[in-house]
Design a protein around this ligand. Sequence first.
Ligand SMILES: Nc1nc2c(ncn2[C@@H]2O[C@H](COP(=O)(O)OP(=O)(O)OP(=O)(O)O)[C@@H](O)[C@H]2O)c(=O)[nH]1
Length: 430
Amino acid sequence: MDKKKARINIVVIGHANSGKSTTTAHLLYKLGGIEKDVIERLEKVDVEVNMPSFKYAWVLDKLKADHERGATIDISLSKFETNKYNCIVIDAPGHRECIKNMTTGASLANCDVLVIDSTTTGGFEAGMIGQTFEHALLAFNLGANQIICCCNKMDATTPKYSMDRYVKISEQVLTYLIKVGYKPYEIPFIPISSFDGDNLIDRSTNFDWYKGPTLLEAIDIMKGPNIGGIRDVPVGRVETGCLRPGMSVTFAPTGLQAEVKSVEMYPGTRLQAEANSSEMHREPLDVAYPGDIVRFNVNVSATDLKQGYVASNPEDDPAKEVTHFTSHVIITNHPSQIEEGYTPILHCHTSHIPVKFAELIYKVDYCSHKIIEKRPPFLKNGDNCLIKMIPTESMVVEPFSLSPPLSRFVVQDLHQIVAVGVAINVKRKN
Ligand SMILES: Nc1nc2c(ncn2[C@@H]2O[C@H](COP(=O)(O)OP(=O)(O)OP(=O)(O)O)[C@@H](O)[C@H]2O)c(=O)[nH]1
């Protein structure tokens, strides 16, 4: 892999059987990530068991099985390169590693590839009410706020490669993704047949009516990693206001004051992709605006800064450490009951901190938002509750009204996502 390229983590999500494994494996195979002899060996097995359609899905399943057994697999098998990125693909279904990867370390800047089964028989309509949107909601709350939608199995729509079907699905999915929080004008919808490889890398003549990017091209228009310490220079995303050289900033939660010496665009961001390639690497900026992913030099030691810190203008209501906060939390997937005192890990912007569910204040009805029970003794899957939460370590959280990106979180326990939430009120530490 080319070390100069930025790394991007791609999470493949979607309803069961939508074609996630086939899409992933076919892409890896076409880009040389899977050795030809592996495919040939699996093809033989396919023929033996008379399931030729499983060719690519089998590769991924085999890798997963190997992985679950603890066998060594060539890690490069799940990596590929685009013109711009070193990509790491994470295939979602029942794959514990996925959740871990999605929530770990500095790799929050994932891009989701949502695979939709476009067929009418057990396809899109089944997916609508299935995992598709739960996955999208989780992925968005994890910080992967960019998504590529693949309308898959277009070879099996009626009629084949139906533009009407593609338009109908795209419209419905888009409506939902906007509700989840994705920016509508940034979502590519790509008609594909992952089975035949149509529009994965090469443009397929089966879709004369489609003028948008292929899956590979769409990955290159995504933004690169957004957060994480890179050598001794902090890297982050400007959420509100602006960041200029010469500005003073305060880092929360410690309150450390610093002066910004220089600001530069982080390699691999969209703005840079549009710039001349010779300027790709250290493009100094006079000012960075919301959405810009930047590296910035400050006159303090990098050892005084940690992942999850938030820099703000000290004169403009800077972010601070909180003592507690109240949040609306939806329990999505907990195996038992949640009671007061429960202390799972919260993944909020780039921090990962154990937080105590100190008080279950009231349960609300998901649709009407009316209070249905005060001080419930416990919560179970599907419950939507206002909860007072107390972090066990220094943490920066902002209310949704002030900063949506610093207010959303996912709750992890038992290696899985058990709830999602958003902070409504915060009590800052004086
Ligand atoms: N006709 C057609 N079938 C496809 C296509 N992509 C996948 N399939 C078939 O759909 C079935 C499911 O594919 P998978 O790739 O295993 O789907 P998945 O989403 O990874 O499934 P889970 O891991 O069970 O969630 C298999 O029979 C595939 O051969 C496609 O583009 N066209």
